[in-house]
Design a protein around this ligand. Structure first.
Ligand code: GLC
Length: 466
């Protein structure tokens, strides 16, 4: 089987969030199962593009409405990723120093059209096209409806929803940007009076997956307007839990952390990483260290962080450390927290620092209101850091509470009171030294690598193969 993943992000080429980690890892695990999986992403103006070599393998132009744009397909040379990467270079639209912005409609349409135009030239077509999120959501529609792509019609398509909050909406007056199709079927593009790429993909893809089973169930109740569509299409929908890249996220070999460690050396290994972090961020290394890593947005509960942290720091003798950026108001509130050697933050993102956070922290906070899967709790477990999570979506599917014979702290719902209670429970757990240290060893051995889930995807692909 030859599978092409089409995505806006792929680690380490371009990363904004977890989508990149998934697309950068899953193909490798599929390869182990003898499925030849490769990736198509846009060519961005970033460090990766500048520091790596590419070979032009195709060149043409696309028509977007009445305008023509040159494009090239660049193959990444000496790919160390384990799979082939094809970058779609549309210099005038895609080659920017950002991944997402306000001009996404035209940019991602250009990406999708250029990709499909290029696919038309293949002697041997891929067995299946796997699209991710709304940025590539018009591909299943165009493959099944646009006259131009008639020869791609019988190739099965899979859509994976990483986050249904964002749907890529644009007004109908831009419909002429989409290559001509039988206009009787324009309804396939529509949801609630707009063109909705995510809805179009849910309608047109052969199968729809979400990144955890619980998230699939939750979407039928709450999907930013798409609930009834998902209910209607439920027969072709399935939740498949994400995994993590066991090689990139391995505390025994991780070159980015201060001291590597295994389950048997975890206590001293984590201590060395914690010491470095506490020195860098002016915190007391003898107190339990709670961290947050991620985007500062409402979905992650970030609007409550300043109140939660202030309350938790008043009630417990702990330290809190944060790494992330996002909502400017939240950033400002976080800077105002009285630090008193027990709180600090790094506003921004730094992949290396994130690894040290996982290695050196005692607890990771994930009070998400929405969490389709969440990868941070799995990275944390791998590095012996106990997760404190709101039990929804993928968090519910991956973390079991210590009081239910599990290994994490779960709370039901997100409020200042509920999260600070969970922090106090965690702090008490920390003082039960023997039990807490046993837990570190236990969680490091839980296998949330892609091994299981990659198989589920392969099963899904096989069921669609003619
Ligand atoms: C999105 C989701 C996150 C998920 C990731 C990878 O970023 O918000 O929960 O883990 O995609 O699928």
């Amino acid at each position: 089987m030859n599978i092409l993943h089409i995505s806006a992000e792929c680690f380490p080429i371009a990363k904004v969030g977890g989508l990149a980690d998934v697309v950068g890892a899953l193909p490798n695990y599929q390869k182990k199962l003898r499925v030849n999986s490769n990736v198509v992403i846009p060519y961005y103006n970033n460090d990766f593009s500048k520091k790596n070599d590419f070979k032009e393998i195709y060149k043409s132009d696309i028509k977007l409405g009445t305008d023509y744009f040159d494009f090239r397909i660049l193959k990444l040379l000496n790919s160390k990723l384990g799979f082939d990467v094809f970058c779609v270079d549309v210099p005038k639209l895609l080659y920017k120093d950002y991944v997402y912005s306000t001009d996404d409609t035209e940019r991602f349409l250009a990406f999708q059209i250029a990709t499909l135009d290029w696919l038309l030239t293949f002697d041997e077509k891929p067995t299946l096209i796997h699209t991710h999120d709304h940025h590539t959501g018009l591909i299943p529609f165009m493959m099944s409806q646009s006259h131009k792509y008639e020869s791609l019609k019988n190739i099965p398509t899979v859509l994976t929803i990483h986050n249904a909050q964002y749907q890529g909406w644009f007004p109908h007056d831009k419909v002429s940007l989409i290559p001509p199709f039988n206009f009787r079927n324009v309804g396939l593009l529509d949801w609630g009076g707009n063109i909705n790429p995510l809805a179009a993909a849910i309608k047109c893809a052969w199968r729809v997956t979400t990144v955890s089973p619980s998230y699939m169930e939750e979407l039928k109740q709450n999907a930013n307007g798409l609930e009834s569509l998902l209910l209607h299409e439920r027969a072709k929908c399935i939740g498949i839990l994400n995994g993590i890249d066991w090689n990139v996220w391995n505390p025994e070999t991780d070159k980015t952390i201060i001291k590597t460690f295994s389950a048997s050396t975890a206590i001293s290994g984590k201590k060395a990483n914690k010491k470095w972090l506490c020195k860098k961020f002016n915190l007391d290394e003898n107190k339990p260290l709670f961290c947050f890593i991620g985007r500062l947005v409402g979905e992650k509960g970030a609007d409550l962080f300043s109140s939660i942290f202030t309350k938790a720091l008043k009630e417990n003798d702990i330290s809190i450390l944060l790494l992330g950026s996002g909502n400017k108001e939240t950033e400002a509130q976080l800077k105002e927290i009285d630090n008193n050697k027990s709180y600090n933050s790094f506003i921004g993102y730094d992949e290396k620092l994130a690894h040290i956070f996982y290695a050196g922290s005692d607890f990771i906070l994930m009070p998400s209101r929405v969490e389709p899967c969440g990868l941070n709790q799995m990275y944390a477990l791998r590095y012996g850091t106990t997760p404190i999570v709101n039990a929804i979506g993928g968090l519910k599917d991956t973390v079991i509470d210590i009081d239910d014979n599990g290994y994490g702290i779960c709370h039901d719902g997100v409020s200042i009171q509920k999260v600070s209670n969970a922090i106090s429970r965690a702090n008490n757990f920390y003082t039960e030294k023997v039990r807490y240290e046993q837990n570190i060893k236990k969680i490091m051995k839980i296998d949330y690598s892609w091994n299981n889930s990659a198989q589920e995807y392969v099963k899904l692909y096989q069921s669609l193969k003619k």
